[in-house]
Ligand binder design. Structure first.
Ligand code: SDX
Length: 392
């Protein structure tokens, strides 16, 4: 109602939490971080600025942003013994499992990150994970690709340096492509927070036991891994590739998605909250078009995706159920064009969502919220007497 958000007093019994971080309106397709429209932030801000906004509540001044980045750079070294843990994984390990394990393992090397009651202690834990998570994400990729682990160059920007850590070959120069850096920066902004989604609720509830930031984030990474949540971006590309291999027969997959007997769902479609277009999907679809144009990349999978979207938006089953493309439907097209392998798509989602998870954890801790304890509606047996085993 004109920006004044009113609460239903009954919400306290729904397990809903109060939060001042992200506002979304699923019917109108509105998404705002700390009151700023996602469309403006994606156009005018950079990812580290948006991370600061989400975590601390205000867009940073130039000095605040420089200090935030300086504090992050100072924490970007990961304990060498962490490499031994990484070495223990088979190269076939899924990077999301590696990332949740390494994020948890960081606790052992940063014990002061656990009991953080003061804002200063929280800040120290926050810059540590903002610094080390991109390194671990790049290492998870390089481990799988059989490449030596690399720290990149911390004189570069946050996203620039991540790309260098990912793709710098052991020998020879690494040519930074500004088009790719800008596209990834925008994509990470669009993934940065999304109110009380599955993984964020996981971070808040684990954090509410005071298990510490890194343990809470590790739990959130596991929740995001699921194909119904962040894992959908990998499943979308696998689905589009299957359609491509099946002579582009989108009608066959639409029929499968509508068949209640078939567990197949149209990946990248539908949403728990958006019953209109996911505003992020609109921006990502445009960004995919312009990135592929700029890079001169032809990707038939993009054409298949557009064809599928057009068919679904004219199909009664999808229209009646208000199923629209979500954030995961086009993001994989962009990652592919950047040379990011499909098993790294969900880790990219996690890298984007990191500041949102941190912001939500910090808000919950600063508000001194009690330990999470969702209630249930009991639907089991009423009281009954014990039966001896010979009478069962
Ligand atoms: C993310 O919560 C967030 O904010 C998440 C996220 C974030 O930023 O954190 O936005 C990121 O997780 C996006 C969602 C990514 N997941 C997928 O793309 C997987 C495919 N989508 C679906 O599995 C599904 O749409 C969900 C999981 C996203 C939502 O599932 P729901 O809540 O069960 O969907 P619903 O209640 O709106 O379903 C209504 C009907 C059902 O059919 P009927 O029982 O009415 O006959 O629509 C059907 C569903 O079976 N349906 C689909 C469908 N999604 C819902 N049918 C075919 N294909 C689909 N994709």
């Amino acid at each position: 109602t004109g920006g004044v958000i009113t609460y239903d007093p009954g919400y306290k019994n729904t397990g809903a939490c109060e939060s001042a971080i992200t506002f979304l309106d699923g019917e109108k397709g509105i998404l705002r971080y700390r009151g700023y429209a996602i469309e403006e932030l994606a156009e005018k801000a950079d990812f580290l600025e948006v991370a600061y906004l989400l975590i601390f509540g205000e867009l940073p001044s130039r000095e605040q942003l420089e200090k935030f980045h300086k504090d992050i750079r100072e924490q970007s070294i990961v304990a060498e013994d962490m490499k031994k843990i990484l070495d223990g994984f088979p190269s076939s390990a899924h990077p999301m499992g590696v990332l949740s394990s390494l994020t948890n393992a960081l606790i052992a090397f940063n014990p002061s990150s656990v009991n953080v009651d003061s804002e200063e202690d929280m800040y120290r834990a926050i810059v540590k994970i903002m610094a080390k998570f991109p390194v671990l994400t790049a290492w998870a990729y390089r481990k799988r690709a059989g490449l030596p682990l690399d720290y990149g160059d911390d004189s570069l920007g946050y996203v620039e340096n991540f790309l260098k850590m990912m793709f710098k070959k052991p020998h020879g120069e690494y040519a930074q492509n500004k088009i790719v850096v800008d596209a990834l920066d925008k994509l990470l902004i669009l993934h940065a927070d999304h109110e009380q989604n599955c993984s964020t609720s996981t971070v808040r509830i684990v954090g509410s036991s005071h298990a510490g930031l890194f343990a809470s984030l590790s739990a959130g990474i596991n929740a995001l891994w699921g194909p119904l949540h962040g894992g959908a971006n990998q499943a979308v590309i696998e689905m589009l590739e299957a359609i491509k291999a099946d002579d582009g027969d989108t009608k066959k997959y639409m029929a499968k998605a509508k068949d209640k007997e078939d567990p197949f769902r149209l990946m990248g479609f539908g949403h728990r909250v958006y019953k209109n277009f996911d505003p992020r999907a609109k921006i990502i679809k445009k960004a995919a078009d312009s990135l592929l144009d700029d890079l001169g990349v032809e990707d038939t999978v993009l054409d298949i995706a557009k064809g599928l979207e057009k068919e679904a938006l004219e199909d009664k089953y999808f229209v009646d159920r208000k199923l629209y493309p979500n954030v995961d439907f086009y993001s994989g097209i962009i990652y592919r064009a950047m040379g990011i392998p499909v098993e790294m798509f969900t880790p990219m989602f996690a890298l984007g969502r990191l500041p949102g998870w941190i912001a939500q954890w910090r808000e919950m801790r600063l508000r001194k919220e009690p330990i999470g304890r969702p209630r249930q509606i009991y639907i089991g047996e009423t009281l009954r007497a014990f039966k001896d085993i010979d009478y069962r």
